[in-house]
Structures are given as structure tokens and as C-alpha cells.
Design a protein around this ligand. Structure first.
Ligand SMILES: *Cc1c(COP(=O)(O)O)cnc(C)c1O
Length: 346
């Protein structure tokens, strides 16, 4: 199998920068961003804030750092962080909230809603007293990665946020793929972000930039976030080199619809394989279930890799496939054929 022939659906982070992005990087005007002298980073932060309708934004190396900075700024050590048990912030960030911010997580099972209901937020909120730590932050996620790239409607985000705000608890949105949600729901990203106090989103996923994420919110929050970014080792110097492709990424929101169409095509193809269950996706993430065939996800992933399809294990019998700019409909059809052959052999 040549590298060229490998259809990599492990994640939308695998895209390589376009020629235009490489050109933008090569010619970017730069300065020392820790001194706030990098005009390209400054421009990216302005445009990123505009894109989600916030006062200000901060360019950071990764989505994980954006989330962890938000937790640190919004909370005090010893408080609780309330979030869905399947959220990225809880599952895949190395207990960063505990180690970097000293907060205790309180998990709710948000189920198919993906965000807890207003009543659930109220009942899980802890008021600080002599024995109880107090809730410092509610964190939500949209699209919801582990629950299958679900595009969560803005009113559901608003209801949870309003319930938290009743108790003066701030709300952070892990919107790593918030533009996928906006495109799928046919709304502006700012409509999804309006009810929350901060949002993190990735430039390096479906938007195709090689590096970087954005943390956005009110100006005072972003000032504090800038200090925490330095503390966490994320102060970068001539970062305009990597921010320049990020500016082009911000202009590629509309193309996410292609990824969604390809994901739908992929899910339909996988679901048509006897014994494989692949529900129709909201966005660019397809999750298949092979429990009926008694095929473990780990075995499927390994066999798919040998057959030239990249995917990742999600749970014992569920596997994730993610569409992105570097795959087209023909690749999707080829991937389905290869997975069908693999399933037949296992
Ligand atoms: C990818 C992702 C992140 C983290 O982004 P990195 O840039 O990989 O650190 C955070 N939250 C969600 C929902 C993600 O999908």
C-alpha cells in the first residue's frame, strides 16, 4: 500500500496545509507575539473574535491548551468543574483540570442531548459552604466529539448556560468544531457562542490550518488568559508564520459542508454492510458499531490500517471515521469497499 493510496480518516487534524497556506506562511509579516508585536497574530485574533462574535480572542498552540486556560481563568483551586462525562475536557486531556487548575470534576451523563438540561445544571450545582467546594465552571461541548460529532442546537446551549448564570457560574464552550455545528445547523457560530462566557475552537481540524486554536471571550477574560497562556508555556514569538494559514482557515468555514456530505455518504456505505450499524451523522464524524458481528474496534482498526483505511477505536465495539478536506467522495467509496472487505474477513 503506497502512502498516497492510504485513506486517512483517523481525524480531521491530518489535513496538510494547502499551497495557499504555505505561501501565506512564507510571506507572513511577523514580530514577537509575547510583546504583542506580531501583526499577523493580532489580525488573526481580531478576525477570530469577529467570527464567533466575542470582544477578544487569543491564539494558542492547541485546543487542549485553550480549554485548560479557560478552566484556569474561570475557576479557583478546590472548586468543581461541572461537565458531561463524555466530554473531551474530561476524557482526553490528561486530567489537566485537576493538575493545572486544582479543580474537582463533577460528571453528569448528558446522554443524547449532549449538554445537561437546565434542571440538571441546577441540581448538580454546588453552593460553597463550610463543607462544600462550590461550582466554579460549567463546560459544554459543540459539536460533541464522542457522542458522534453531534451539532447541539443553540437553544440547548443557551438553556444550560442560563441555568448556570442564575448561580453566577461562568460557562465555557469547547467548540473545537463549533463551525461544523454552525454549518450543520444553518446558523452563525456567534449564535451558538452568544450564551457562553468563553469558547475554544480549533483552526487545525476541518478548517485545515497546520497549527493552532483560538480561545475567545470578553476582553478582560482574554487579558487574564494571555497571562495563563504564558504560565502554561504557550507564549510564542514569531507566531505569524503559523497564524497566517489560520487566517485562511477562518475563510474556509463554508467548505465544511463538503465534509458533512462525505460523512453522510460514508455512514450510508458502512451501514449497508451487514451487521455494521452506522447512524447518519450530523457533521463530519461517523461512528460505527460492530458489536452485532462481535468485532472488537481494536481489531477493526488494525485490519483497516492494513487495508489502507485510517480510523480510530472509540469504545469496545465502536470505531470513529472522520472526513476532512483531503478526502473526496471517491475516497469515501473506496474506503467503504475496503472496510466491507475487512469486515468480511474478520
Ligand atoms: C480535538 C479536540 C480538542 C483538542 O484539540 P487539540 O488541538 O487536539 O489539543 C478539544 N475538544 C474537542 C471536542 C476536540 O475534538
Amino acid at each position: 500500500m503506497t502512502d498516497d493510496d492510504f485513506i486517512d480518516l483517523r481525524s480531521d487534524t491530518v489535513t496538510r496545509p494547502s499551497e495557499a497556506m504555505r505561501e501565506a506562511a512564507a510571506t507572513a509579516e511577523v514580530g514577537d507575539d509575547v510583546y504583542r508585536d506580531d501583526p499577523t497574530v493580532n489580525e488573526l485574533e481580531r478576525r477570530a473574535a469577529d467570527a464567533v462574535g466575542t470582544e477578544a480572542a487569543l491564539y494558542v498552540p492547541s485546543g487542549t491548551m485553550a480549554n485548560q486556560i479557560a478552566v484556569r481563568v474561570h475557576t479557583d483551586p478546590g472548586q468543581e468543574l461541572l461537565l458531561d462525562r463524555e466530554s473531551h475536557l474530561y476524557r482526553w486531556e490528561l486530567a489537566g483540570a485537576a493538575t493545572l487548575s486544582g479543580v474537582q470534576t463533577r460528571l453528569v451523563d448528558a446522554g443524547a442531548r449532549c449538554v445537561p438540561s437546565a434542571d440538571r445544571v441546577r441540581s448538580e450545582t454546588v453552593t460553597e459552604d463550610l463543607h462544600r467546594p462550590g461550582t466554579g465552571l460549567l463546560a459544554l461541548e459543540n459539536t460533541h466529539n464522542y457522542r458522534g460529532g453531534t451539532a447541539v442546537p443553540a437553544d440547548r446551549i443557551a438553556a444550560a448556560a442560563e441555568a448556570a448564570h442564575e448561580s453566577e457560574i461562568p460557562v465555557h464552550l469547547d467548540g473545537a468544531r463549533v463551525f461544523n455545528a454552525a454549518v450543520a445547523l444553518g446558523v452563525d457560530a456567534s449564535d451558538i457562542v452568544a450564551p457562553v462566557d468563553s469558547v475554544a475552537f480549533c483552526l487545525s481540524k476541518g478548517l485545515g490550518a497546520p497549527v493552532g486554536s483560538i480561545l475567545a471571550g470578553e476582553a478582560a477574560f482574554i487579558e487574564e488568559a494571555r497571562r495563563v497562556r504564558k504560565l502554561f508555556g504557550g507564549g510564542m514569538r514569531q507566531a505569524g508564520i503559523i497564524a497566517a494559514p489560520g487566517l485562511l482557515a477562518l475563510e474556509s468555514v463554508d467548505r465544511l459542508a463538503d465534509d458533512h456530505a462525505n460523512a453522510e455518504r460514508l455512514a450510508a456505505g458502512l451501514d449497508a454492510i451487514a451487521g455494521v450499524d452506522a447512524p447518519e451523522p450530523d457533521t463530519n464524524i461517523v461512528v460505527d458499531d460492530t458489536e452485532a458481528l462481535d468485532i472488537a474496534a481494536a481489531d477493526l482498526v488494525a485490519a483497516c490500517e492494513d487495508a489502507g483505511v485510517g480510523c480510530v477505536e472509540f469504545d469496545t465495539h465502536t470505531t470513529r471515521f472522520t472526513t476532512h478536506r483531503d478526502v473526496d467522495a471517491a475516497d469515501i467509496d473506496a474506503a467503504v469497499d475496503r472496510v466491507a472487505a475487512v469486515v468480511g474477513d474478520l
